[in-house]
Design a protein around this ligand. Structure first.
Ligand SMILES: NC(=O)c1ccc[n+]([C@@H]2O[C@H](COP(=O)([O-])OP(=O)(O)OC[C@H]3O[C@@H](n4cnc5c(N)ncnc54)[C@H](O)[C@@H]3O)[C@@H](O)[C@H]2O)c1
Length: 98
């Protein structure tokens, strides 16, 4: 049986829906276990809309709690390198998307 990759999605603004669709297109191989956004209302609404189990307002907390295989980054560009560095220190092996 193929491995199921656990993913988190960071940033739940305009482009985030496209990342959900991309995960859905894998037909179960990639499952988004949590969304992350500094806007608590937005991330809760987003997770509810797509039936994503987790909703976090802090990326480091999400990494520790979810232990993802993949991270979809849909936050502003100024945060991308910081997010990547934290992800590598966390020990995850793959970067999902920028
Ligand atoms: N919109 C597009 O068509 C498009 C296309 C290609 C790439 N992108 C990339 O995706 C990024 C996001 O685009 P968007 O249109 O969704 O922007 P957006 O402004 O609609 O959403 C960005 C989200 O990131 C959240 N955010 C900000 N700082 C955060 C942090 N530290 N941790 C977690 N979440 C944080 C914001 O609260 C917001 O909900 C763009 O900056 C760009 O790099 C967007």
């Amino acid at each position: 049986m193929s491995k199921v990759y656990r993913a988190i999605l960071v940033g739940t603004g305009g482009i985030a829906d496209a990342h959900v669709r991309a995960a859905e297109a894998t037909k179960g191989r990639v499952v988004i276990t949590a969304a992350v956004d500094i806007d608590a209302t937005r991330v809760r609404t987003f997770s509810d809309k797509y039936k994503i189990a987790g909703a976090h307002t802090d990326y480091a907390t999400a990494l520790a709690a979810e232990k993802p295989d993949l991270v979809f980054i849909a936050a502003p560009p100024s945060l991308h390198l910081t997010r990547l560095d934290e992800y590598r220190r966390h020990g995850s092996r793959r970067l999902g998307a920028l």
